[in-house]
Design a protein around this ligand. Structure first.
Ligand SMILES: [Fe+2]
Ligand SMILES: [Fe+2]
Length: 379
């Protein structure tokens, strides 16, 4: 464990062995080459078969943003008042940023995944996040009538609006750590620092899938709930949300699976502490951001509702990891919207899936898929 055997990973490692419990889900670089994978991809004997099950389930949810009807209901958007328009624009820009940074971060995570089933999950996961980025581009482009200047203005709020920029830089910095380690060369990193960074980055990925997206989703759902507008945008958002909810489950499983490997290098209490503090910092940044936006724009959701929703979600997501809740909020302030639009816990829309998915449906598949997930894994 002292790094004496630190190996340069080989793309093709003829000394390696892909079968057996000597392999680790992520690279640690301190095992001899015969304990490392060969680099030949195979899935016929995965060490962690449930990770490959997740890949298969995710692929059943395949949907293509560019085959989706584009929302051209610009007139509906124009009917909103200034405040609603602004909040809607911030929300779209923020969501587009989140999926962009997810794609970059998952590229780094793919590099450190070691077992083939994890590498395949990493590639599949990234594919879906790329699809989400395409969806946000299409939403923006469709809604704003192919007006490039306007689309660019909204897209770039992510860096041009001070609150959004601060918020986004915080998130990016947190993932930057792994990128920096990879950039500087893992051979320069001590095992503890590497273990801490991995914990931090995986926890951050989970926090994003599990908490950060949801106030944005809720805001867009709220506009449909309040005014009945932007139907196609909502459909695309509900596909994205269904994917993210699936990712919550997968990433919770990955973190639980990684724990015994990472805690070979750092104590268990430290691992838990990093996870809780990372999730908490994402939740706090979310609270701060929405409070700042709400202070300037009262769009119908109250400060208290936002606060309770973020805290409520954070507690539930920590419980899913087997950790103690930190806020003690167990009432969902958006119970009614969630009943209508579903998808709080599960990637199956419990409420209105038939009506909601009438044009293009993955809900039926998703229902079956969810049963299978829940049967196989305890969430
Ligand atoms: Fe996404
Ligand atoms: Fe995701």
């Amino acid at each position: 464990m002292n790094g004496h055997f630190k190996q340069k990973p080989l793309l093709f490692n003829p000394e390696g062995n892909d079968f057996g419990n000597h392999l680790t889900p992520v690279k640690f670089f301190d095992s001899p080459l015969w304990k490392e994978p060969t680099g030949l991809f195979t899935i016929f004997h995965p060490n962690h078969p449930y990770i490959y099950e997740f890949v298969k389930l995710q692929k059943q949810r395949l949907w293509k943003a560019d085959e989706y009807p584009i929302d051209r209901t610009r007139e509906q958007f124009d009917q909103l008042d200034d405040i609603d328009r602004k909040v809607f624009e911030y929300t779209l820009s923020f969501l587009a940023f989140l999926d962009s940074v997810q794609v970059s971060n998952l590229t780094d995570i793919e590099t450190v995944y070691n077992m083939p089933e994890y590498k395949i999950w990493g590639a599949t996961h990234k594919y879906f996040e790329v699809e989400h980025s395409i969806a946000y581009s299409n939403i923006l482009y469709g809604l704003f009538n192919q007006n490039f200047e306007e689309v660019r203005r909204i897209f770039y709020l992510a860096k041009d609006h001070p609150e959004l920029r601060r918020r986004n830089e915080l998130i990016a910095q947190s993932y930057q750590k792994l990128f920096d380690l990879l950039w500087e060369g893992l051979k320069n990193v001590g095992p503890e620092e590497y273990a801490r960074t991995l914990t931090h980055v995986f926890a951050g990925t989970y926090a994003m899938e599990a908490v950060t997206f949801y106030m944005g989703f809720k805001t867009i759902e709220f506009y449909q709930y309040k005014y009945g507008i932007l139907p196609m945008t909502n459909k695309m958002i509900s596909e994205i949300k269904a994917d993210e909810l699936f990712h919550v489950k997968v990433m919770a499983s990955v973190i639980k699976t990684l724990k015994p490997y990472i805690t070979r290098y750092i104590p268990e209490y430290e691992f838990d502490e990093i996870v809780v503090e990372t999730v908490r910092s994402y939740a706090e940044a979310d609270l701060q951001f929405y409070q700042a936006v709400l202070a300037q724009n009262n769009f119908g959701i109250t400060q208290k509702q936002v606060e309770n929703y973020i805290k409520f979600l954070t507690d539930r997501r920590l419980k899913l990891l087997g950790l103690k809740p930190i806020y003690g909020v167990d009432e969902n302030p958006f119970e009614e919207i969630d009943r209508l639009y579903g998808y709080l816990e599960s990637h199956v829309n419990e409420g209105k899936k038939e009506a909601f998915f009438e044009t293009k449906s993955s809900a039926y598949l998703a229902a079956e898929l969810d049963d299978r997930v829940l049967e196989t894994f305890e969430f």
